[in-house]
Design a protein around this ligand. Structure first.
Ligand code: ADP
Ligand code: MG
Length: 464
């Protein structure tokens, strides 16, 4: 086969993730990898296999012995990861959603690469947003603090808004040395949300954003196999909150406009609106739910009305234009009124029932993934392209392994958030081996495991 004679190690990419391929015990290091025995057709080539197992593998293992490694390089990677966690845990205490160190290189060399762009403009914080944070191993670091509340990233097209936002969404993970984003650190509970035409939505209480559909149809338990731009975005926000999101990251490029804002003219023309756009909820999200929003925005200036902080990207460099934004908001009134009919901004928790996960079964419990885009569980394929904080195929495989167990926990009384927490806790307690023997699994966040379950077309829940 194609894998014949090949040794593959799931070393990962730019993000540093806990992996089943490498487990550090108190007294030893456990490495797990895949060896394809040399074969011709369906027969193993004995002599070649013996050479591989008895000669090549031991030699390869020599190369990863501590004595053969560049100890300084290894040490630096470990210290970086420790400082990433240290900074991440310090953000909330400083009232920050994220931190981007001066000198960071945010853009990638292409849309399909995670290599840094050569010759990029290094990041440099505006003075007014500059913070200095202590680290454990690298002294004080200085850069831009993204404050809690409502932050807009504005700027002309092609000036670096999306690039900054994408760096923030991946800042929930540590990065390898040399990546350029080693010192971009984002709160662990930050979630990128976006519109996702055609996804399924399973009995989400959408009323905070969408209420009273035509013909008296209620949205208290909204279910569809084919969501629109606005319903998928509303569901994404509410599902993320249900799973414990503390910050929402959004890009106007990928969000349905009608869920973001309804301007004065539309308010005048269309009286029977069923949508309460985010602009009328975003302050409440922060005040009443502690959920901050970072929104990359080029077109919807009405948002200046509700922003705490406005950062303008200009030729890839950020400027603090909060004060000017306030002036403009005062000089040019939007003419819009807050939507009159606004159901309470409440998140209804849901409890998955066990048979939601039956598709996993069949007799052989076939689980397959395609990159970070798709996860197939038995008869059902979960579409994951819009879950942008999944960064590694091995995270998707890991979600597959977790979902195979989900029917054991899902009893119709356990909330989705607790179900996901229980699945992850089991792995943390017992190790991946207890769940799945693949050497190619990487730990996803609870938020992404939940996002995958939310996209399961067979998902059945009872609202609690
Ligand atoms: P916007 O969202 O404002 O339209 P993007 O973030 O998509 O802009 O960036 C536009 C282009 O500029 C991308 O090709 C990106 O790689 C490049 N770019 C972004 N930041 C930098 C930077 N700091 N230095 C050089 N090029 C950059
Ligand atoms: Mg953009």
């Amino acid at each position: 086969s194609g894998k014949s004679g090949r040794v593959s190690v799931d070393a990962g990419g730019a993000e540093v993730l806990a992996r089943s391929g490498c487990v550090v015990h108190d007294d030893r290091l456990e490495l797990r990898f895949r060896v394809g025995l040399p074969a011709k057709g369906r027969s193993i080539l004995g002599r070649a296999a013996a050479g591989l197992l008895a000669r090549d593998l031991p030699r390869a293992l020599e190369a990863v012995r501590w004595a053969s490694l560049d100890a300084e390089e290894v040490r630096e990677q470990v210290l970086l990861v420790e400082d990433h966690h240290h900074l991440r845990d310090a953000l909330a205490g400083r009232g920050l959603v994220a931190f981007v160190r001066d000198g960071s290189i945010l853009p990638r060399s292409s849309g399909v690469s995670s290599e840094p762009l050569e010759g990029a403009v290094p990041f440099e914080s505006p003075a007014s947003l500059r913070v200095t944070l202590p680290t454990l191993h690298h002294g004080d670091v200085t850069g831009m603090g993204v404050p809690e509340g409502v932050t807009l990233l504005v700027g002309g097209g092609f000036h670096g808004k999306t690039t900054l936002l994408e760096a923030l969404q991946l800042g929930v993970y540590p990065h390898v040395p040399g990546d350029g984003r080693e010192w971009v650190v984002t709160r662990a509970d930050a979630v990128k949300v976006r519109s996702e035409d055609g996804r399924s939505v399973a009995d989400v209480d959408l009323r905070p954003f969408i209420h009273d559909l035509p013909r008296g149809r209620s949205t208290a338990s909204f279910r569809t196999p084919d969501a629109s731009g606005s319903t998928s975005l509303a569901a994404g926000i509410l599902e993320s909150m249900e799973l414990g999101a503390g910050a929402l990251l959004m890009d106007e490029d990928t969000c349905a406009t009608n869920l973001l804002v309804r301007d004065a003219r539309m308010q005048r023309l269309v009286q029977h609106e069923t949508i309460v756009p985010l602009i009328d909820r975003v302050r409440e999200l922060h005040r009443d739910h502690g959920v901050s929003t970072v929104l990359a925005l080029g077109g919807s200036g009405d948002y200046l009305e509700v922003a705490d902080t406005v950062v303008m990207m200009d030729a890839y460099l950020p400027h603090d234009v909060t004060a000017r934004g306030r002036e403009v908001a005062a000089e040019v009134p939007t003419g819009r009124a807050e939507e009159a009919s606004r159901p309470p901004l409440a998140v209804t928790e849901r409890c998955p029932v066990g048979r939601s996960f039956d598709a996993r079964a069949g007799k052989r419990e076939r689980v397959r993934s395609r990159g970070t885009r798709e996860l197939t569980l038995g008869r059902e394929t979960i579409e994951l392209s819009a879950v942008e904080q999944l960064v590694d195929d091995s995270q998707v495989r890991a979600i597959g392994a977790l979902l195979k167990r989900a029917h054991r926990v899902a009893d119709g009384d356990t909330t989705l958030a607790s179900l996901v927490a229980a699945l992850i806790a089991h792995v943390e307690r017992e190790g991946w081996v207890a769940v799945d023997d693949s050497p190619e699994l990487a730990m996803p966040r609870a938020l992404e495991v939940g996002a995958a379950i939310n996209r399961l077309r067979a998902l059945r829940v009872s609202q609690s």
